[in-house]
Write a protein that binds this ligand. Sequence first.
Ligand code: ADP
Length: 593
Amino acid sequence: MEFPRNLTMAQAFFLPLRLTPFHAGLRLVHRIIGAFKTFATVMITAACINTALAVRGKTAPYQSLFPPRGGLVLLLLWDHVVGPLVGLSNTRQSIKLRLLFREPFIEKRVRLDYRYVETPQVWDMVSRTWGSPEDKIMEFWNAVLELANLLISAGSVFVVLAAQVWWAALISVAVTIPLLYLAVQSGKKQYDAEKEVSRYTRKNQFLSRILTSREAALERKLFGFSAGINKDFRKEFDTARKYLFKVEARRFVLIKSVGLAGAAVSSFALFMLIPPVLAGTLSIGLFISLTGALFNMINNLSWSLPWQLSQLSRFREYIKDVNGFFALDEVKDAEALPAETPPDFESLEFRDVSFAYPGTEKKVLDGLSLKIEKGKRYSFVGKNGAGKTTIAKLMTRLYSGYEGEILLNGRDIKTWGMGEIKAAFCAVFQDFAKYQISLGDNIGLGKIRGADEEEIKRAADTIGLSEAAAKLPGGFKTNLGKIKDDGVDLSGGEWQRAAMARGVISPAPLKILDEPTAALDPIGESRLYEKFEEISRGFTTIFISHRLGSTKLADTIFVLDGGKIVESGSHSELMAQAGLYAEMFESQREWYV
Ligand code: ADP
């Protein structure tokens, strides 16, 4: 489904009616009829009391009790049978809406420009829209219907009252108006308070993740920081709690005092109803039922009304977020699968490329030029933070806000479709993902159009993962991680090999392996270098590393410093130059000889 752009409150109200007409219609009819229940309750209760009195005074036959009692039974049925049935339909509606909304929200998120991941405010907004939009819309819906219900109920009580003593009704209305005004104000204040508190909540969520998550469990134990973080957590929690309590207490006092004043004035109005009762112009039944209805109404107006109004303000803010989210820039055909046949890779060229990460000033790349050619092996070296990974991110079009040109086969990469880019490049980054699915599927993701078992085994073998796979209880079918009961965790090095195997199995002609040996021990590292030839055969490869063990195997080494390529050539050429590379290599020599 296409989610409406620039959704307004009115459109949001009609959305459930359009998407789930049966359930929404049912709920609407239920609420409209329900709105007149207050009036019906007043009249039926009055009739019950009046006929009971008449039967006792022998002025009416016993049977006259049946119609009003029948009315009471209907009211009970309405509450206890119709209500739950509609509730059931609401649950079905919620599920239906969830299915309908999930798709446009997920699709939008997939298409989002990667740069937004770097902007906390935007990412916060994206996260806020993520929590069940269907529930948000239904809460809004309920609030609107509840408000209509409240107003119709209150209106009907006033009408009945006005029909008896018009000025008593007038006084009650006069009390209700400031109550309404205060309700709106307090609804707004409550929403503002929640927004303020959400700042603390976000920090608290982060702290609680540190205190409870599996990833942090080891460091938590070793560094023993739980107590300190717990203290911070309590502090933030207390601040938020006190703030909310203050707002809540203020609201309580305000609403309760106005509510009390309302109750006092209503009591006075009711007092004024006594003479008509004595004169016989107002029945005892109506007097009693009106009394109950009036107090009930004051209570509802002072409590339910502000709450429903705050729901409306909350929804208005939510819609702003949703509209903001759908207006974010997208990457064209971001969700495209890698093209079935990858483009024939000829060359990749950076021409005078400069780049700073979104929201930052520092030029990570500053006029960088390099050329990668088919079938060769490349190595990018440079200190930590020199910009090696950044180059790989620009190649794969994760960012597009750079100056200069990046050409794939002589054509600007911005003119290639994302499906072609995905098919042309395969990158395994340093902060690779650990998918909590089977080991085989972890590897198979590298060839999304379908990898068979043989290929998966071959990739694992190439990358030195077969032995570890054989030890797992279910081999390649073993679930990894701890989500499933039978899940098994891998060592850091094994996870890295699984990620690398994705790169190996990928049919992309250009493979980028970023710090592929970071989590391996020195023996594992040198064994992997021995496989370098096998991994690279028939492909163009880029190894990114600040460890220089692999560089001797590369045809060309690019040395990065200050956002530029400062040296390039083979190992022996660069050693002969006695520049930065030679210096780095000398300082690491004892690791590798
Ligand atoms: P290398 O791979 O050479 O270690 P990177 O390309 O990862 O270096 O990073 C180069 C520089 O860019 C570093 O100074 C780093 O702090 C900065 N950097 C990396 N990623 C981001 C980011 N997402 N936002 C802002 N700065 C970043």
